[in-house]
Write a protein that binds this ligand. Structure first.
Ligand SMILES: [Zn+2]
Length: 282
């Protein structure tokens, strides 16, 4: 039985559901923390070699191609970050940069650093001319800070989230921007699935271990000198009821892209990919 919340470190966990792992088919207890309202799994509940798990899932072959094409998704994201920063940043660190696609959407004269655990992805990113360190960010001694630090789909995987959060908060320059993207259970989609007793796909232990509450993130980063500038919720392009009908599928995915990127509806917690843009005030 897990005692301590890995996110806020309080001893206020209540077991709320049992979730079957889609990978190992083991039953994992889902806990909710009464102090920070985050939800966590206990990686120790079943013996599992998480490093071997990640190493056994190589990038798909397309993702490892040295060529790369600009994506409207990442172009939009760079625009949002520039707007939040109030101009063009001088340096950016992408934690969990995969093969470097996002970093390549920034011009070469901006210092572009990536951190990536997968040796295969890191070597593709390095081959594309990026500075890439293949190591956990917590273990890297940086001799600099960055105007922008981004973490897309990383925080939910961590077995020791506190060390990671503290490290990334310390890597942002004053007036710099920190972008965090995580799955949020505090959204309409996740709540409806919960009502229907259907497993939300983001509950997938032991791959995902932490589902942070909004209030925890905002409070934690406020204590580190950050304030929230913008928050949006996207479908991540994963919600398509017309997946089997080619024309409708394409129309629907364009509509969803517009909704995710431009509609004011993306400020409401409907879909489950939550983007938070924080600015460091001191
Ligand atoms: Zn907690």
């Amino acid at each position: 039985m897990k005692q301590t919340c890995s996110i806020c470190l309080s001893q206020d966990l209540t077991s709320i559901r049992i979730i079957k792992s889609p990978y190992t088919f083991d039953d994992y207890t889902l806990y909710e923390c009464g102090t920070c309202h985050s939800r966590v799994f206990d990686i120790e509940e079943h013996p599992f070699d998480i490093d071997a798990f990640y190493n056994s899932r190589p990038e798909s072959r397309e993702n490892l191609q040295p060529d790369f094409t600009l994506s409207p998704y990442w172009l939009h994201e760079t625009k949002l970050i520039k707007k939040t920063f109030g101009g063009r940043p001088g340096s950016i660190l992408d934690v969990g940069c995969r093969t470097g696609d996002f970093l390549l959407h920034w011009p070469q004269d901006i210092t572009r650093f990536g951190v990536e655990l997968s040796a295969q992805s890191a070597s593709v990113a390095a081959g594309r001319g990026l500075h890439v360190i293949q190591e956990s960010v917590e273990k890297i001694e940086f001799d600099r800070k960055f105007d922008v630090v981004t973490c897309y789909a990383i925080l939910e995987h961590l077995s020791e989230p506190r060390k990671f959060l503290e490290k990334i908060a310390g890597l942002v320059n004053d007036h710099g921007v920190l972008v965090i993207e995580i799955p949020s259970y505090q959204t309409l989609k996740a709540r409806i699935l919960e009502r229907l007793r259907v497993r939300w796909h983001m509950y997938c232990p032991p791959e995902h271990l932490n589902l942070y509450s909004r209030s925890f993130l905002d409070h934690y980063f406020a204590l580190q000198g950050f304030s929230l500038q913008k928050r949006s919720y996207t479908s991540g392009g994963m919600f398509n009821p017309f997946a089997r009908v080619p024309v409708l599928r394409s129309v629907w995915s364009r509509l969803m892209w517009w909704r995710d990127a431009y509609s004011p509806l993306n400020r409401l917690p409907i879909f489950d990919h939550m983007y938070s843009y924080y600015v460091k005030r001191r």
